[in-house]
Design a protein. Structure first.
Lengths: 603, 254
């Protein structure tokens, strides 16, 4: 192992890439199963995007409504995803989420309580019962801190501010990962027969996003390059409520809990417009008058859910339509009003970080006036195609969990189902990576020196390839965000998608000539140049799949194919990479067994 | 609407550095981090700064603005006089890595020394019960975003590197207090907080509380009660509260 000098090359059984909820839970599980485990993360420990999750963890614990159970949660999840979900993942998720939440409590999490002292559960869009375990509106912080403290207590090794740029293979099996330390720019090679990808999403390819800088689709791109497949990439969730003003905070998330706790959406005429956007699919379970909707908060049995709590894709599209029709707020959003509906004290107690965020960043007191909100790129439903039970990809030794994995959420994710997804499938991927190691019985794949050399050369290319007229990576990132926002956004058309693919080709060309100034030590320009490659590749997958799917469903809306199609409802689009080209094929959905199918036949 | 402001930034690395002057265009409603990002995108692409959420939730972008420890993403440019030069320097209590990025590993080492939470057994139905009033104290402390500004400002370590081995700092006194006040924890960490974590070195000047971006009452609600409990339980109103909670008396001293 050499590129002329000594290279740090730690050996592990399981290397987890990413230290958000899924990565930490996977590492804890792998460690518990006896594997020598490392966590590798781009930021400091405890800063991953999970920290920004606000609303809660969806789990049918029935602490607030005794009628809740995993079947109801399963049904809500599948309907929210417009039945495109991998049914087995949705089932495991609904069944195991309650125990995963209790486990967090075991490790020190302090959830809000019911009057009886149980974990309190709140209402959220698309969930039939109040189901989200929460801590005010900072549930993600509680979750990541709890998992972080658990991982530290177990003594799991953490490689912070360390970025993986390539997966290493031996005869098609994972043999390790190539990475660099952000601080020093020095390379290191993890020798490991398994890698669990838990790298989160792709939001940084869009201009208006709730996602942090880390969300550059690294895991998606690493998996593609290693020979794994991606599914559902056309489905990108635009959260209905992001901040719109001032410009510097555009896109920052405004939790769905505002609506769960009684907030409503109004247009510039003061009208609660969501009543005009109830789709046929959800009509029977949605209130059609303001009176019924308002009664629902106290009596869920006799009343139906307010339309503000329809799944996110429905609400985001409705807001988009209102704004386009000229009924938006002064800064191009709509109004989210909780001030006129709930007492100031309750708002401050239930939504402290929203109160703080608007007060500090926008000079808005949400207990006295309405917020201005609009859609923001929030989550990618698509990801690495995995085995439902184990999180294994088609590449032996490569696992994925959390946002980087695909299938669980179908075409649209319900709020609250992300944190539970991270826990349920993080644990499963970690355990199964450890089991895979055990089954190798010492026959560990080997890292090839040539691959290490090639990985190092590729990582250094932004320095060595610098040519006259080479471009600054920030400029290319800006063009990419503009193209994805304009042409591959909430509402899509054939013409625009084709235009986006042509623009992406052009940007790939520009990226080949990217120039980086300075040296390797903590150089954000260099880091971005490397991330950019992932962003471009993943954006191409999104645009290609979006062009192919000729229907509208969940987080994919085609202006030229406005409705869902029965035929498209039976298949996934699968993307792979070969010789630098993205390939796309159709694949039938896994078929749900009869006993589960029955849940959708009864009302 | 672009307008220009003057920024003075510390540029350098472990071997040394200097303040550099920059002029950068800014827009209405922006924060200091926006100005630094624009500088990065247009003038100095290799300018090192840590950040993640840009919404005051992750605690990554800690630095000192005009000498005061603050989050770059929560400090609005509108709070300064437009003609004023804004000076941004790295946190002083930690070694510089590059530019505004510091080596905060001290904090992660201290985190490893906190004994883990160790709860009582679950109730018969597999769940646990705690009253909202009993979890609220701990919840205040768990709002901590680990920005380490309290550690940075604490005079025990700010200019006294030699105190670091014996002193965990306000962030971890918060953690000890949180565990000590947890209704279901079975350990007694008072001796540990006093001896190994250096609680006694704190002389409650409240600097940590003043810089906390989450508004946690670190001194009043965590450090002082911990100190009181260390000295003598009978002076502590929490003992009374604690005696109302199951198994309080059975905690195991660590």
């Amino acid at each position: 192992m050499s590129d002329g000098h000594d290279l740090e090359s730690p050996a592990y059984d399981v290397v987890v890439v990413g230290a958000g909820g899924a990565g930490l839970r996977a590492a804890i599980a792998a460690h518990d199963a006896g594997a020598k485990t490392a966590i590798v993360c781009k930021s400091l420990l405890g800063k991953a995007h999970t920290v920004m999750a606000e609303g809660g963890i969806a789990a049918a614990m029935a602490n607030v409504y005794a009628d809740d159970n995993w079947q109801v949660h399963f049904r809500d999840t599948m309907r929210g995803g417009k039945m495109l979900n991998n049914w087995r993942m949705a089932q495991l998720h609904a069944q195991e989420a309650p125990e995963r939440v209790l486990e967090l409590e075991e490790w020190g999490a302090l959830f809000d309580r019911t009057k009886d002292g149980l974990i309190s559960q709140r209402d959220f869009g698309g969930h039939r019962f109040a189901r989200l375990a929460h801590v005010g509106d900072r549930t993600g912080l509680e979750m990541i801190r709890t998992l972080q403290q658990r991982a530290v207590a177990l003594g799991i090794d953490v490689f912070m501010e360390c970025t993986v740029t390539r997966l290493l293979l031996d005869g098609g099996r994972v043999s390790g990962a190539f990475a660099y330390w952000r601080e020093s720019g020095r390379f290191l090679v993890f020798e490991a027969p398994t890698v669990v990808l838990a790298t989160g999403g792709i939001g940084k390819s869009y201009q208006v996003t709730s996602n942090s800088w880390e969300y550059t689709g690294d895991g998606h791109a690493l998996a593609l390059e290693a020979g794994a497949s991606l599914i559902n990439m056309e489905f990108v969730q635009f959260h209905p409520t992001g901040m719109v003003w001032p410009p510097s905070v555009r896109g920052i998330l405004v939790t769905e809990s505002v609506r769960g706790d009684g907030g409503v959406l109004r247009n510039s005429d003061g009208k609660r417009f969501m009543f005009d956007y109830i789709p046929e699919y959800f009509r029977s379970e949605t209130a059609d008058t303001e009176e019924e909707a308002d009664r629902w908060y106290d009596d869920k049995k006799a009343n139906r859910r307010p339309p503000e709590l329809l799944p996110r894709d429905e609400v985001a599209r409705a807001i988009n339509t209102e704004i386009k029709a000229g009924r938006g707020s002064p800064h191009g959003g709509v109004f989210l009003d909780i001030a006129s509906r709930r007492e100031a004290e309750l708002i401050k107690r239930r939504l402290p970080s929203m109160y703080h965020q608007f007060k500090e960043l926008a000079d808005v007191d949400i207990t006295a006036e309405a917020m201005e909100v609009g859609p923001t790129c929030h989550y990618v439903m698509g990801g690495v195609e995995v085995d439902a039970d184990t999180g294994a990809s088609v590449v032996p030794g490569l696992f994925a969990a959390g946002e980087v994995a695909g299938g669980m959420h179908g075409s649209n994710r319900l709020g609250g189902n992300s944190l539970s997804d991270l826990l349920v499938f993080g644990r499963r991927a970690g355990l199964n990576a450890a089991y895979y190691c055990t089954r190798l019985r010492g026959q560990r794949p080997r890292v090839a020196d040539d691959d290490v050399k090639a990985s190092a050369d590729a990582a250094l290319s932004p320095f060595t390839d610098s040519v006259a007229g080479g471009e600054n990576p920030y400029a290319i990132q800006k063009s990419l965000q503009d193209v994805m926002q304009r042409l591959v956004g909430i509402i899509r058309t054939k013409g625009e998608l084709e235009e986006s693919l042509a623009a992406l080709e052009e940007m790939k060309e520009r990226a080949r000539k990217v120039t980086v100034e300075g040296h390797r030590q903590y150089n954000p320009g260099w880091h971005l140049a490397l991330d950019l490659d992932n962003m471009l590749r993943v954006s191409e997958c999104i645009a290609m799949a979006a062009l192919e799917r000729q229907e509208s469903r969940g987080g994919h809306t085609r202006d030229d194919f406005p409705g869902p199609s029965e035929e498209w409802g039976t298949k996934n689009l699968v993307l792979t990479e070969s010789g630098g080209q993205i390939l796309l094929k159709h694949q039938p959905l896994p078929v749900m067994p009869g006993d589960l199918r029955q849940l959708f036949e009864v009302k | 609407m672009g307008q220009e402001i003057a920024l003075r930034l510390w540029r350098g690395d472990r071997s040394g550095g200097d303040l550099g002057d920059y002029v950068v265009e800014v827009e209405e409603g922006e924060v200091v981090l926006d100005a630094i990002h624009r500088l990065q995108a247009t003038q100095c692409p290799d300018l090192a700064v840590r950040w993640n959420c840009k919404a005051g939730k992750c605690g990554s972008c800690s630095a000192e603005i005009n000498g005061r420890p603050r989050l770059l993403c929560m400090t609005r440019l509108a709070d300064f006089d437009p003609t004023e030069t804004i000076t941004v320097t790295p946190m002083r209590a930690f070694p510089v890595v590059r530019d505004l990025v510091t080596d905060v590993s001290y904090n992660y080492e201290k985190a490893k020394q906190v004994p883990a939470f160790s709860p009582t057994a679950r109730d018969a139905d597999g769940k646990r019960r705690m009253m909202q009033a009993d979890v609220e104290r701990g919840q205040e402390f768990r709002k901590c975003i680990e920005c380490f500004l309290c550690q940075d400002t604490c005079h025990v370590v700010r200019d006294h590197d030699d105190n670091k081995p014996a002193f965990a700092g306000p962030r971890f006194f918060l953690r000890y207090a949180e565990l000590d006040m947890h209704p279901l924890d079975t350990n007694d960490r008072r001796k540990l907080a006093q001896d190994a974590a250096g609680l006694g070195m704190c002389n409650i000047t409240k600097c940590c509380t003043e810089v906390c971006p989450e508004g946690i009452h670190i001194t009043d609600n965590a450090i002082i009660p911990m100190k009181e409990r260390v000295v003598d339980r009978k002076y502590d109103p929490l003992v009374w509260l604690g005696s109302k909670i199951r198994r309080r008396g059975q905690r195991e001293e660590l």
